[in-house]
Design a protein around this ligand. Structure first.
Ligand code: AMP
Ligand code: ZN
Length: 458
């Protein structure tokens, strides 16, 4: 396999070669567990799951995706809800894994939790202090950015310009505004651990540096995450790890996915347009969401709207439609060369999808039964690389795809029915219920909302 990946540090597509022949290590910054994952958070999980699938074909892969379970946002959620921190993190870790599972994301090899690696973080911070890259001030430990010549290289920021342009109010214990926290003191109500600098908790960046080293070694092959993490998170991880390890390379390839927006706007709580995967998977098949996420190249922005979902549903109709009626053998066939070539070219999923449609078209045109079975097996194996079209073919047609009412249409009809009921127009309400039943939709009125499911789906 000749794989090319776009490396953020070199700002170009380069040929991928692992440090150790035959073995690859990959680290993906995972969720901060104080809330359900939104559809934007699902993008890196799905995109880098495709990369993991591709790498596993040719290499022994060790893939770590961490859990940030100590963070000020989690502490704030605990204060706000009155629930203990452990309860919040346990709940959202479980939900995250369930939701990503529903999107066909395979579990990583390791899922390290920050709270289980505090000792490693303390050791790394001590090393940075001993080597003169960090300093203690008022119970805090800060990384001294001026001590690392390469600071700013990953995000192409010039430290002098940053310093000159800094207008933020600088905490009194910082020598320079860009110096970032490695360790900070905790009050008795906050989570904290004993350390040489008193009871406190780690900063976010050191968590990933310590967990990556523990599970993957000092130099990792691939470090991935969303574009927003390039600065400051990854810039700071790089600085910490390189300095703690006497300049050894931290990550050999840096990969970043573009941002997902909704209807051409940023997703944000204040705009009320945050779409949670946890809610979406109740009415939309996970593989439709997954395919929609893969319909754009991972480095491009992705505008999420009803059309993206609808066209993903139609694409799956086409793939499942061409497989329909064929008894596809269980044993794995080799994936199609054009699909592989597209993915090996910096994970070009739109191109891989068009190669998959080519396979489906050819299959539709084939009449010889043996050849049809062979082509179907190749189509399945190729789709598997993208993690789509692996389900039961007939279940697709009875459960979520072809010619059925789209989720938005079902929702619109339910709204119409609820309005009719509010106006005590029960005949109209019943007519809508019948219309939904005829389309294979069963509804259930709950205390606060009406839930629905497609008959034959579970
Ligand atoms: P967080 O839990 O906020 O640290 O985010 C988890 C992952 O989701 C990180 O890799 C982020 O870069 C990524 N992410 C957050 N929002 C979006 C978005 N709108 N589009 C794409 N990726 C995102
Ligand atoms: Zn990280």
């Amino acid at each position: 396999m000749t794989l090319h990946l776009h490396d953020t540090l070199r700002r170009k597509k380069v040929e991928f070669e692992p440090l150790k022949p035959g073995k690859v290590t990959m680290y993906l910054c995972g969720p901060t567990v104080y809330n359900y994952a939104h559809i934007g958070n699902a993008r890196p999980a799905v995109v880098f799951d495709v990369l993991a699938r591709l790498l596993r074909r040719s290499f022994e892969l060790k893939f770590a995706r961490n859990i940030t379970d100590v963070d000020d946002k989690i502490n704030a959620a605990s204060v706000e809800t009155g629930k203990p921190i452990d309860e919040i993190t346990a709940r959202y870790i479980e939900a995250y894994n369930e939701d990503m599972g529903a999107l066909g994301v395979q579990p990583p090899d390791v899922q390290p939790r920050a709270t289980e690696h505090i000792a490693e973080m303390v050791v790394m911070i001590e090393t940075l202090v001993d080597k003169g890259f960090a300093y203690e001030a008022e119970g805090h430990v800060l990384f001294d950015v001026s001590s690392f010549d390469d600071y700013g290289k990953l995000s192409k920021r010039d430290l002098r310009e940053m310093l000159a342009g800094a207008r933020v109010e600088v905490a009194p214990y910082k020598r320079a505004p860009q110096d970032f926290v490695l360790w900070k003191p905790s009050t008795p109500e906050l989570p904290g651990w004993d350390s040489p600098w008193g009871r406190g908790r780690p900063g976010w960046h050191i968590e990933c540096s310590a967990m990556a080293e523990k599970h993957l070694g000092r130099t990792i092959d691939i470090h991935a995450g969303g574009q927003d993490l390039v600065f400051p998170h990854h810039e700071n991880e790089l600085a910490q790890s390189a300095c703690a390890h006497d300049g050894e390379v931290f990550a050999r390839y840096w990969l970043h996915n573009g941002f997902l927006g909704i209807d051409n706007t940023k997703m944000s709580k204040s705009l009320g347009n945050v779409m949670l995967v946890h809610d979406m998977v109740k009415t939309i098949p996970g593989e439709v969401i997954r395919l929609a996420l893969l319909s754009a190249h991972y480095r491009q922005p992705l505008d999420w709207n009803d059309d993206v979902l609808e066209s993903a549903r139609k694409m799956l109709d086409r793939i499942y439609g061409s497989l329909r009626g064929i008894d596809v053998p269980d044993e794995e066939a080799e994936a199609d060369a054009a699909v592989l070539a597209a993915l090996e070219d910096d994970l070009n999923t739109p191109k891989a999808l068009s190669a998959i449609f080519n396979l489906a078209r050819q299959l539709n045109k084939t009449e010889d039964e043996n050849e049809r079975v062979e082509r179907a097996a190749v189509l399945r194996a190729s789709s598997e690389l993208l993690g789509i079209a692996q389900g039961d073919i007939e279940a697709w047609f009875s459960g979520g795809g072809n010619g059925e009412l789209a989720a938005e249409d079902v929702e619109a009809l339910i709204d119409k029915r609820n309005k009719a009921r509010a106006e005590k127009d029960f005949a109209a309400a019943d007519a809508v219920r019948d219309e939904l039943a005829a389309a294979g939709i069963t509804i259930e009125d709950g205390a606060s909302a009406t839930r629905w499911r497609r008959d034959g789906s579970n």
